[in-house]
Design a protein around this ligand. Structure first.
Ligand SMILES: C[S@@+](CC[C@H](N)C(=O)[O-])C[C@H]1O[C@@H](n2cnc3c(N)ncnc32)[C@H](O)[C@@H]1O
Length: 249
């Protein structure tokens, strides 16, 4: 099988994780302004409240991300019979592609904390009649995740990527050597700074923390050997993939 992992763009993607994750956020992270700290706090309750309102229009509002969803799923190189985790699966827009790739003998598990988003995902599963797609309603941080998983997908999951507790929970259930792929929003390069004002204006309601938005994938590098990052949407998005490292003993 030919695996479409993204070619390296920033091949040093994982190496700088410690220093950059602490400092490479919006300028306000280093020079807090009044109320600025709140922009960097994760807030699961706020996220639930927002997605309650966003859920009815979510699929239509996000239809433009389908090409990068496809790229991220391709980078997982899924094979029939594998067990794949769809992190913060939302309305379940990735489920059909994942289910097609792992087949009837594999398994897809989606975890999602918004009841309203998950209700739409459940409808997809029921309509398709998949009996090997399991949906778990929970914040990732406390989700009962029945691993080991062979692959993990993160599609537009800024808040989860910036949550140490969520990543620890996920990767405790992922086998070494498993493929991991993520796609999402990132800030434009600094020389297009003005465009970031537009970007944040149209996207801020989809996440609660602005932490790490220059390189949102960096927290993954604690668990994943990253193979490279491909910029998308003129630098306002990314696709990254890699392989779950063997945990240190
Ligand atoms: C931008 S949507 C992406 C949904 C989906 N991955 C997709 O491909 O369309 C972000 C999702 O993350 C969920 N979410 C945010 N924080 C979460 C957490 N800590 N645990 C579980 N779900 C979370 C939200 O409820 C929302 O459904």
């Amino acid at each position: 099988m030919v695996c479409n992992a993204p070619p390296p763009f920033d091949s040093d993607a994982g190496a700088r994780v410690t220093a950059m994750q602490r400092h490479d956020a919006l300028p306000g992270a280093r020079h807090p302004v009044a109320g600025g700290d709140a922009m960097f706090q994760l807030d699961n309750q706020l996220a639930r409240d927002r997605y309650r309102r966003l859920s009815p229009g979510y699929d239509s509002a996000t239809r433009r991300i389908e090409p990068v969803r496809r790229q991220a799923i391709d980078a997982l190189c899924l094979e029939p019979g594998q067990r794949v985790l769809d992190v913060a699966c939302g309305t379940g827009k990735s489920l059909a592609m994942l289910r097609n790739a792992v087949g009837a003998d594999g398994a897809v598990v989606g975890v999602e904390q918004s009841s309203e988003m998950l209700r739409l995902a459940r409808r997809r599963v029921a309509d398709a009649g998949w009996d090997n797609v399991q949906l778990v309603e929970s914040s990732v941080e406390s989700a009962p995740l029945a691993g080991p998983f062979d692959a993990v997908l993160f599609v537009y999951t800024q808040d989860v990527l910036q949550s140490e507790a969520a990543l620890a929970r996920i990767f405790a259930a992922v086998r070494p050597g498993a493929r991991v792929a993520s796609t999402g929003l990132k800030l434009f390069p600094w020389y297009l700074g003005i465009a970031n004002i537009w970007l944040l204006t149209v996207s801020y309601s989809y996440f609660t923390t602005f932490r790490g938005l220059r390189r949102p994938w960096l927290p993954l590098a604690s668990y994943v050997e990253l193979h490279g990052v491909r910029p998308t949407y003129f630098g306002s998005g990314y696709v990254v993939s890699g392989v779950r490292r063997r945990p240190a003993t």
